[in-house]
Design a protein around this ligand. Structure first.
Ligand code: SAM
Length: 224
């Protein structure tokens, strides 16, 4: 039902230079190919509010939004272009692609490439028959474990209590993930942005609604 859209065969097929031109140009020839890899992915990034905030806090990390709605992903790329124009030298580390993350994630990232993966206010799919469409499922968690580096962090937040419990239960039960303790979360500069940086989070704050935060770490491979 997404119609036709481009998806790469594998990450090698994509020329990221087009997305992050100035970031690449600045680092050309410095021998640090690792700095030219995408490290953060915001799945279902919507209008890109979180990417914009993250770009300011982590200017040396490349980040990608993945958004299934074509027009919305185009809007995010235009938003990046406008920010770059207004703030020379800044915002060259964020971009967005149209992608169905449930299908295409391993086509965009290599094994162990990502340090942070975000699922912020994902669609709740309330009906039991649609639960399989939820972005956190046991099957998909295996893919997230694949693209995340050991020690990488998966951030989830929702204003739907039942979905929060669903995500918490699935991540807790998965052998490749462990909960990040509260004490660590209070020190993580990303956590406050989950509320203020996302368009959905701002809506919830305006209505003084509740949110359910669940943050998990990708554990080391067994036998390592
Ligand atoms: N994360 C943003 C925020 O917090 O403001 C947007 C949240 S919005 C409720 C959920 C977004 O996920 C929508 O923009 C939707 O188009 C997108 N989405 C839903 N399923 C997706 C999928 N399989 N792959 C990529 N994006 C998806």
């Amino acid at each position: 039902n997404d119609g036709y859209y481009y998806a790469p065969v594998g990450p090698w097929e994509i020329d990221w230079r087009e997305h992050y031109e100035e970031f690449f140009a600045k680092r050309d020839g410095d021998g640090d190919a690792g700095s030219l890899k995408i490290r953060f992915a915001d799945v279902g990034c919507g209008f890109g509010g979180m990417l914009v905030r993250l770009a300011e806090v982590f200017p040396e990390k490349l980040m990608l939004g993945m958004e299934i709605r074509d027009k919305v992903s185009e809007y995010v790329r235009e938003r990046c272009a406008a920010l770059r124009k207004d703030h020379p030298g800044k915002y060259w580390n964020i971009s967005c692609v149209r992608a169905n993350a449930m299908k295409n994630l391993p086509q965009y990232f290599e094994k162990g490439q990502l340090e942070k993966l975000f699922f912020l206010f994902p669609d709740p799919h309330f009906k039991a028959a649609n639960h399989r469409r939820r972005i956190v499922t046991t099957t998909l968690l295996a893919e997230y474990a694949y693209v995340l580096a050991e020690g990488g962090i998966l951030y989830t937040i929702t204003d739907v209590e039942e979905l929060g419990k669903w995500m918490s239960d699935h991540m807790s039960a998965h052998p490749m993930f462990e909960r990040v303790p509260e004490a660590e979360l209070t020190k993580d500069p990303v956590v406050p942005l989950l509320y203020t940086g996302t368009e959905e989070g701002q809506k919830v704050e305006r209505n003084s609604g509740s949110t359910f935060l669940n943050v998990f770490r990708r554990v080391a491979n067994p036998n390592h």
